[in-house]
Design a protein around this ligand. Structure first.
Ligand SMILES: *[C@@H]1O[C@H](CO)[C@@H](O)[C@H](O)[C@H]1NC(C)=O
Ligand SMILES: *[C@@H]1O[C@H](CO)[C@@H](O)[C@H](O)[C@H]1NC(C)=O
Ligand SMILES: *[C@@H]1O[C@H](CO)[C@@H](O)[C@H](O)[C@H]1NC(C)=O
Ligand SMILES: *[C@@H]1O[C@H](CO)[C@@H](O)[C@H](O)[C@H]1NC(C)=O
Ligand SMILES: *[C@@H]1O[C@H](CO)[C@@H](O)[C@H](O)[C@H]1NC(C)=O
Ligand SMILES: [Zn+2]
Length: 502
């Protein structure tokens, strides 16, 4: 046989072999009729190519394609992959450097306003890729990246290439921002156009979207029109913005975008944090079917807070934000958010001397926020965020018999409250394994780790020597920046705050 005949044959075999049967386990499926979860015990799921083509309530479905790979999932739990609707994936190299940072310090030290002076395109690539491997390892199969690393054509393309190479499903929200001394929105417009034309994007799991934080309070309408014209012409997959109302004054609110006539459009718009969302903003989200991304841990860490988010959960998804400063898996975010919501609803009652007699939020709701609602936020409810026939095969296999999970009856509670990332045995994206036997399968993973560490160590060295900006005593958007004080775990004299061990 000629070599290319062999290549063709093995290609055909590879195509034929692209079906997998997950056999005989507990499946947390999505029921389109009830729009709720459906737990199937001793069930099976068939995947052909990129899709789920069968969901069975039996361990031995008949009629499976020849040469289907059979994966025994008895004792295990099969769930859809998690969806993260807010992340800045390029920042992985800063991991643990900013464990006690504030938002203002973050802007002045770890953001895209500083990084371009020290990072080159290959740093962006390595860091973005390492961050996506981390997400895949944690069962996050889809993410919306608010990609602030678009400070040059090279950096923007490197970030995009890392997304494509990772095997994850990524909505790459190309950030249009002026970075003083580096690049302007005007200069970014043609770069976006060139990126949208990249052949590598076609048939990849990555789509190009737009991130923009200039909607309000003082919008530049001409600039917004140019960006939105591009979004329409080049079919942007999503638009996202940082929305911080209240004292933060960085509004980018539903009201702001509605006033510019861009809210009620066919494109999904995702408002990250939506701290201090107003009742009018909430009603606009409902009437235009746009979503927020609650990033529970970020909003606690930095103090954006989320005082009203529990009352807009029907238009909410979950996100992570700066994965360098806290947990970077959506499972932890779902858990934190579930308990935060309970706390938020109990507290006002307790202050009136009333005792909670019911529990306001269920594990099913937390699970839906972490999966289904992310898909709805991206307007991909027809093929992402759940296990149902016709959905993309983005799946997570949980070891139901790990020490922490052993003994479960309710699989949704088992995952949301008792599992951790270490219990994830396998992850499939678009019908392809990305984690198997508890290990990432990416061919380049070993080298990517080494390259990432080299780059990260160099950058961390620079950052260690960089002066920390002083923000207390200053003013942010008209409001005073104050000392918060410190708690103390050591009784007595001295500063019990301790060290940051860099
Ligand atoms: C980026 O910087 C590193 C460290 O100086 C260097 O090894 C690498 O070649 C540079 N890459 C590019 C694309 O400039
Ligand atoms: C970017 O800079 C231009 C020129 O100064 C300005 O008109 C525009 O409003 C800025 N855009 C954003 C999002 O800051
Ligand atoms: C955008 O989508 C429309 C309608 O689906 C299609 O006709 C057009 O070719 C797409 N344009 C680009 C640049 O992909
Ligand atoms: C958005 O459009 C839908 C359908 O056209 C309409 O029902 C709804 O009232 C609109 N909402 C706003 C806020 O304009
Ligand atoms: C973080 O901790 C270090 C070490 O204790 C301290 O110097 C620094 O001021 C802290 N940063 C903030 C923002 O509190
Ligand atoms: Zn963010």
């Amino acid at each position: 046989m000629k070599p290319n005949t062999i290549a063709l044959l093995s290609f055909l075999i590879a195509v034929k072999a692209a079906s997998i049967l997950f056999k005989g386990g507990t499946i947390i499926a999505f029921n389109k009729q009830t729009q709720g979860l459906q737990v199937i015990r001793d069930g099976s799921v068939l995947v052909e190519d990129d899709r789920i083509t069968g969901v069975y309530d039996s361990t031995t479905p008949n009629q499976i394609p020849p040469r289907t790979e059979i994966i025994d999932i008895s004792g295990k739990i099969l769930t859809p992959g998690f969806i993260d609707t807010h992340r800045h994936g390029w920042q992985t190299a800063f991991k643990t450097m900013a464990s006690n940072t504030t938002l203002l310090e973050f802007f002045g030290r770890y953001s895209s306003f500083v990084a371009p002076f020290f990072w080159n395109a290959s740093d962006v690539y390595d860091s973005q890729l390492a961050g996506l491997y981390e997400a895949l390892n944690a069962g996050v199969t889809t993410s919306l990246d608010h990609a602030t690393s678009t400070w040059s054509k090279e950096a923007a393309e490197a970030g995009l290439r890392a997304c494509i190479d990772s095997g994850a499903r990524v909505f790459y929200g190309f950030s249009f921002a002026n970075i003083s001394g580096v690049i302007t929105v005007e200069q970014l417009l043609p770069i976006y156009r060139q990126m949208a034309a990249k052949p590598a994007l076609k048939n990849s799991l990555v789509s190009l979207g737009i991130a923009y934080d200039g909607w309000g309070p003082n919008p530049n309408v001409a600039e917004i029109d140019k960006i939105m014209d591009l979004a329409t012409e080049l079919n942007a997959s999503v638009i996202t913005t940082h929305s911080l109302q209240g004292p933060w004054g960085f509004t980018n609110s539903p009201e702001d975008i509605h006033a510019l006539s861009y809210l009620n459009i066919s494109l999904p718009i995702i408002f990250s944090h939506a701290s201090f969302l107003t009742p009018l903003g909430a009603s606009l989200l409902r009437s235009t079917n746009q979503f927020i991304s609650i990033t529970p841990e970020s909003e606690m860490h930095y103090g954006q807070t989320h005082p009203f988010s529990h009352s807009i959960q029907d238009q909410s998804s979950l996100g992570i934000d700066t994965h360098i400063t806290f947990s970077s898996d959506i499972l932890t975010q779902a858990r934190i958010w579930l308990q935060q919501t309970r706390y938020d609803l109990y507290l006002p009652l307790l202050s009136q001397n009333k005792i909670p007699g019911t529990n306001p939020m269920s594990v099913e709701q937390a699970f839906l926020l972490a999966t289904r609602n992310g898909a709805l936020a991206l307007r991909r409810g027809n093929d992402l965020g759940g296990i149902f026939i016709g959905a993309k095969a983005d799946l997570v296999i949980w070891d139901g018999e790990s020490p922490g999970m052993l003994g479960w009856v309710d699989p949704v509670a088992a995952v949301i409250l008792h599992a951790n990332v270490g219990d994830i045995e396998g992850v499939v994206v678009d019908g392809k394994w990305v984690k198997r036997g508890g290990k990432l399968t990416g061919k380049g993973y070993g080298d990517a780790r080494k390259k990432f560490l080299r780059s990260a160590r160099r950058l961390q060295g620079i950052w260690k020597g960089m002066e920390v900006p002083r923000v207390v005593g200053g003013v942010f958007n008209g409001n005073e920046v104050v000392d918060v004080g410190r708690v103390d775990v050591l009784r007595g004299e001295g500063d019990g705050y301790g060290e940051i061990y860099l």
